[in-house]
Design a protein around this ligand. Structure first.
Ligand code: ADP
Ligand code: MG
Length: 299
């Protein structure tokens, strides 16, 4: 398996990781940690420190301050490598493969577990300047806009892992979460295609698939007490066996949030609109919404 990330990872050595970790640990305190402090924290002999630092700069894993002369900060790719290193050390993954999804707010790579299970690693990118869609982030990060991007990124990773964990254990059709570290979430790889590119004759029984999607929305709402908030045909993967998996959960809101009802309505509306248009089901979104909110047993 080859990818730019795998290639960079293979060029990393222990000294380089020590410097990245030293800078990371100083980031809550300094926007661009000064080099002398980084050097002390990394505990490397001066010659080795200089060589490893030069390599990191050359590989564009560090960004130099424009104002303070000597400070460096991590790039997002450096954070990816730190998360990867931890996941490998823990035995969660043994190989990182090619990039698959180029989502709006993440980069998703294929990976393998030590036992050969197919996985994905989703590196969150919310809140970085290069990723413009702050709409999603604002929904659940409103009180933390002044937090460091690194802290925000880690919170989002944890948030998505926990949502998936709750939903998966309730029997909802979501990818099984395997682990998370920093801003990276490891999940079971769902072999299939996104609903938005499904061919017209791609689903033998569209109503069945829709029912399963509604069942997941219902479990989330009634049992987990959450609303996805960004649901559409772009966030549903139809597996090769025909099951619809709802992905991309980090922006969820709790049921008692003032905007939860509006988001639930929008989630249901988008899905019904897609199925009505694509498969001519002629369904009324209001009755489906009643079912989701009603006093049934939650699927
Ligand atoms: N568990 C998974 N299995 C297979 N592919 C996935 C999985 N999770 C995400 N992907 C792929 O990555 C893309 C982006 O993931 P998503 O969770 O929707 O993040 P974003 O916030 O960037 O949209 C998806 O559209 C899909 O192609
Ligand atoms: Mg998505």
């Amino acid at each position: 398996m080859v990818s730019q990330l795998a290639d960079i990872y293979s060029k990393m050595d222990n000294d380089m990781f020590r410097i990245l970790r030293a800078i990371e640990s100083l980031l809550p305190k300094y926007e661009y940690p000064p080099l002398d402090i980084v050097e002390r924290r990394a505990r490397l002999p001066p010659g080795r420190f200089k060589r490893a630092l030069e390599k990191l700069v050359e590989m564009k894993l560090l960004r130099k301050s424009k104002h303070q002369l000597m400070g460096y900060t991590l790039t997002f790719q450096a954070l990816d490598l730190l998360a990867l290193r931890t996941l490998v050390a823990r035995g969660t993954i043994s190989e990182i493969g090619g990039k698959i999804g180029v989502g709006k707010e993440s980069e998703v790579y294929k990976a393998l577990s030590p036992t050969g299970m197919k996985l994905i690693v989703k590196f969150h990118r919310e809140g970085t300047r290069s990723f413009k869609s702050l709409r999603k982030t604002r929904l659940y990060m409103a009180d933390s806009t002044r937090k460091h991007w690194l802290i925000k990124a880690k919170l989002i990773g944890e948030r998505e892992y926990k949502a998936l964990d709750t939903l998966y254990n309730l029997g909802a059709l979501v990818p099984k979460p395997i682990d998370w570290n920093r801003h990276a979430v490891v999940q079971e790889y769902i072999e299939g295609i996104e609903l938005y590119i499904i061919p017209d004759n791609g689903l033998p029984n569209p109503s069945d698939v829709l029912d399963k999607i509604i069942a997941t929305i219902e479990i989330a709402y009634k049992k987990a007490g959450i609303v996805h908030g960004d649901l559409s045909e772009y966030n549903i993967l139809v597996s090769t066996s025909g099951d619809p998996y709802i992905i991309d959960w980090p922006q969820y809101v709790y049921r008692d949030d003032p905007i939860a009802e509006d988001l639930l309505e929008r989630d249901v509306y988008y899905i019904i609109r897609f199925f009505n248009k694509k498969f001519r089901l002629g369904l009324d979104p209001r009755s489906i919404l009643e079912r989701v909110k009603g006093s049934g047993d939650g699927g």
